[in-house]
Structure formats: structure tokens, C-alpha cells
Design a protein around this ligand. Structure first.
Ligand code: AP5
Ligand code: MG
Length: 216
């Protein structure tokens, strides 16, 4: 049966960083709702333009369009063995929709690593982040700098700072997370799927704990 892993945690805690490492290790697809919206924006699609109007304010994109985008993505052949979901679900309605769509594929959510972190550290991480234009590879000016400033080590593309990484927008994103996404902690805890992981450790330590959680 396919394996579906939901990475839960606040903005900037390291979901994208860890999802990329886990996707390499497990060979599962990496599905990031934020990356999908940014890809749509780059291609100037209607969905991209709509998403930007919410992302720039640090608000969630409405459930309906978000759910159908993810349904579409996980129906693709590279998700047949499963996927690491990064940034989805983010509301109870999205979590219910995920259960429904996975049950249609004869599958379910296997494990939900919940990566935690303090607000001050999240802001420090997000404000020093540089993202690669081509593939979304993630760097930090202090914690994981690229070999050459402004250039991705992996594909040589330009590194940029996300529009929604301004301090006011990050603070809003954390607020929205506490209000709309935190209920998912109990949602998955009561199913016995939640595994709490301290995101304040180094990238390597967090990966190690995630791999232990995945083996369970
Ligand atoms: P999204 O792109 O998902 O952003 P997010 O959840 O706010 O999370 P981030 O991507 O900012 O952080 P991350 O946890 O991935 O951390 P990262 O690994 O980059 O969503 C953006 C927007 O899209 C939302 O605000 C919303 O508008 C919309 N959206 C997306 N999904 C949606 C949904 N399901 N429903 C509705 N709307 C949705 O790491 C951060 C930095 O820290 C990096 O610089 C990294 O190098 C560094 N770092 C990582 N780990 C460590 C470590 N252990 N030690 C030191 N530094 C570290
Ligand atoms: Mg991310």
C-alpha cells in the first residue's frame, strides 16, 4: 500500500528542508502546497494570481481551490507509492478532504510528524532564508549558506527571498497557523498518528528523529 506522510508544523520550522531530505531517502514524492502555488504564480495561471492575493497577506488560500490542486497533484503517477505532504492539510476541512481522497485510492495517512519551534527562532529562520528560483532548494544565510552567495549549489539558479517572508507577513502567518492549523494536532493525535519532534535541533538531528518516526 502507498505511504502518505503529513509534515505538520509552523511557518519556518523546517518542513520544506526536511521534506526534500526525506523524499531523497524514501523515494516518495515531495508535495508542497506552497511550492505548487508559487509554481502557478511563476506560470501566471489564474490559480497563481488568486493564491498570491492571499499569500501576500499571510492568509490561507481558500480550501476549495487548495483541495482540488492537491487532489490533482497526488493523482499523478509519481505519487503511486505515496508522498510526503508539506504544508497540506492546514485546516480540519482540508484534513477531512485528504482522508476522503486517499480512501478513494485505497490508502490513508500513515504518520504525522509534528515539528515544533519557538516563535523567535521561526522568525530568525524565515528572515534569513534564500530559496532557489528553479527548484525551490532551501538555504539560510547563517545556518546553511550556499557555497556562492545568491546561487543555488544544486542547479546554479538564482536565490531569492520570498515576498511573504517580510517580518509583518511572517508574524501574520504564525498567527493564522495558531488559529487555523493547530486544531490538526488534536485531529491526528486522537488517531494515534502524531509524532512530536523538536524542530529547534540541527537539521541533521531533526532528520534522524523523523526517520525513526517513519519506521514505526
Ligand atoms: P508555505 O510555503 O507552506 O509556507 P509555510 O508553511 O509558512 O512554511 P515555510 O515554507 O515558510 O517554512 P518551512 O517549515 O518549509 O521551513 P523551511 O524548511 O523553508 O506556504 C506559504 C503560503 O501559501 C501560506 O501562507 C498560504 O498563503 C499558502 N498555502 C500553502 N499551503 C496552503 C494550504 N494547505 N492551505 C491554504 N493556503 C496554503 O526552513 C526555513 C529556514 O530555516 C530555511 O532558511 C532553512 O534553511 C532553515 N532551517 C530549516 N531547518 C533548520 C534547522 N533545523 N536549523 C537551522 N535552520 C534551519
Ligand atoms: Mg516550506
Amino acid at each position: 500500500m502507498a505511504t502518505f506522510i503529513v509534515l505538520l508544523g509552523p511557518p519556518g520550522v523546517g518542513k520544506g528542508t526536511q521534506a526534500k531530505i526525506l523524499a531523497e531517502t524514501t523515494k516518495l514524492a515531495h508535495v508542497s502546497s506552497g511550492d505548487l502555488f508559487r509554481e502557478n504564480l511563476k506560470n501566471q495561471t489564474e490559480l497563481g494570481k488568486l493564491a498570491k492575493s492571499f499569500m501576500d497577506k499571510g492568509e490561507l488560500v481558500p480550501d476549495g481551490v487548495t483541495i482540488s490542486m492537491i487532489r490533482d497533484r497526488i493523482s499523478r503517477p509519481d505519487c503511486e507509492a505515496g508522498a510526503i505532504l508539506d504544508g497540506f492539510p492546514r485546516t480540519p476541512a482540508q484534513a477531512d478532504a485528504l482522508e476522503t481522497m486517499l480512501s478513494e485510492f485505497g490508502s490513508h495517512v500513515d504518520v504525522v510528524p509534528y515539528i515544533t519551534g519557538d516563535e523567535s527562532v521561526l522568525i530568525e529562520r524565515v528572515s534569513g532564508r534564500w530559496t532557489c528560483r528553479a527548484e525551490g532548494h532551501i538555504y539560510h544565510q547563517k545556518f546553511s549558506p550556499p557555497k556562492k552567495a545568491g546561487v543555488c549549489d544544486i542547479d546554479g539558479s538564482e536565490l531569492y527571498q520570498r515576498d511573504d517572508d517580510k517580518i509583518e507577513t511572517v508574524t501574520k502567518r504564525i498567527h493564522v497557523y495558531l488559529e487555523q492549523t493547530i486544531p490538526l494536532v488534536e485531529y491526528y493525535r486522537k488517531d494515534g498518528k502524531l509524532v512530536e519532534i523538536d524542530g529547534m535541533q540541527t537539521v541533521e538531528q531533526v532528520t534522524k528523529e523523523l526517520l525513526v518516526a517513519l519506521k514505526k
